[in-house]
Design a protein around this ligand. Structure first.
Ligand SMILES: Cc1cc2nc3c(=O)[nH]c(=O)nc-3n(C[C@H](O)[C@H](O)[C@H](O)COP(=O)(O)OP(=O)(O)OC[C@H]3O[C@@H](n4cnc5c(N)ncnc54)[C@H](O)[C@@H]3O)c2cc1C
Length: 309
């Protein structure tokens, strides 16, 4: 297959990659946006908290984004998986699963994060429908409802405090040893927030709506929703395989401009940020696109000046 030459290859077509493509397209850069179409929010029915798009489905969000970007002919969409990257700043080569090759001056990893397989029976059936990870995204729909928090240890107190802003009908299931201090346990008692440390046997649901959480010791906790913290890994192994620095919590390390430790390689969105929200991902995508555009312009301006001399 013929090699395609572009200024920027964006790997990942979620909110971060799409907004980067929009900004770079408007800046008249030649862009390939490679996306295999497995966003982390695919399980959910609606995106919330994104001004002008509150409640839109993830697929509708992408359709609108692609429509808008299509106005800029220097951007091409590639439905494929990036599987290899070689080269150095100014001359990277990206290979895809379907055998396409892109020669690219710069590369943006907008590959997001993905959940490790859920290990509680019944959780997959309710995930994205009545079990969620972020109360800013889905707390409003579950306001004042009886909810179960599945979490333990150091982050549990913060998580419970956060979610208590949407409902005070909260039960905590730690799914095994709670890993709390005595003072923290006392805090839950004082707040009359039930806390169970028996492992979870399964989650009962109907049409994706949780009915109850059933524990190994036989306790059944009726509820209408769940908030939990899944384990996350990078959406792609490519950044690490290519030598990008990875933080202890598994994200791509970038500076304040979205630059990784490798010259010419950038990252934006969930893959490089702790704030996992669509509008934040779109925002960093737009910002890092401007950084990349500036670098490309500076390099080409310099080359033009050299030729002038
Ligand atoms: C259940 C759930 C509900 C959520 N609800 C909301 C909400 O209501 N509001 C909100 O603001 N946020 C919500 N979020 C968070 C939001 O979905 C993310 O913050 C956002 O999607 C991150 O955008 P991104 O572009 O960084 O990554 P993603 O949207 O995950 O996109 C990454 C893309 O890169 C692709 N990709 C990865 N590797 C490769 C590769 N090697 N080659 C080609 N393509 C690749 C993936 O397939 C994917 O399409 C929710 C998340 C979850 C899990």
């Amino acid at each position: 297959m013929e090699k395609q030459h572009v200024d920027v290859t964006i790997i990942g077509g979620g909110p971060s990659g799409l907004n980067a493509a929009l900004v770079l397209g408007r800046a008249r850069k030649k862009v390939a946006i490679i996306d295999e179409g497995r966003p982390r929010n695919a399980v959910t029915r609606e995106i919330h908290g994104f001004l002008t798009r509150d409640g839109v489905t993830p697929s509708e969000f992408r359709r609108i984004a692609k429509d808008e970007i299509s106005a800029y002919p220097s951007v091409s969409f590639v439905a494929d998986t990036a599987v290899g990257i070689t080269g150095t700043d100014g001359q990277f080569q990206i290979e895809t699963a379907h055998g396409q090759t892109f020669a690219s001056k710069k590369v943006l990893f907008a590959t997001g994060m993905k959940d490790e397989p859920l290990d509680i029976p019944g959780l997959a059936e309710v995930y994205g429908k009545s079990a969620f990870v972020c109360p800013y995204c889905d707390g409003w729909e579950l306001r004042d409802q009886p909810l179960v928090i599945i979490n333990k240890g150091a982050e549990l107190m913060h998580f419970a405090q956060l979610i208590s802003g949407w409902t005070n009908r909260l039960t905590v299931c730690t799914n095994g040893p709670d890993e709390l201090t005595d003072a923290e346990r006392e805090e839950f008692r004082r707040r009359q927030m039930p806390l169970f440390d028996s492992p979870i046997r399964h989650i009962d649901s109907s049409d994706g709506i949780v009915q109850q959480v059933v524990l190994e010791d036989g306790t059944a906790v009726p509820c209408r929703g769940i908030f939990f913290k899944p384990k996350l890994v990078l959406g792609s192994d490519l950044p690490q395989a290519f030598g990008c620095g990875i933080s202890e919590d598994g994200m791509i390390i970038v500076d304040e401009f979205g630059k990784t430790n490798i010259s010419g390689i950038y990252s934006a969105g969930d893959a490089a940020s702790r704030l996992h929200q669509a509008i934040a991902a779109a925002s960093t995508g737009a910002f890092v696109a401007a950084v990349i555009n500036n670098e490309l312009n500076t390099e080409s301006w310099g080359r033009k000046n050299e030729h002038d001399n």
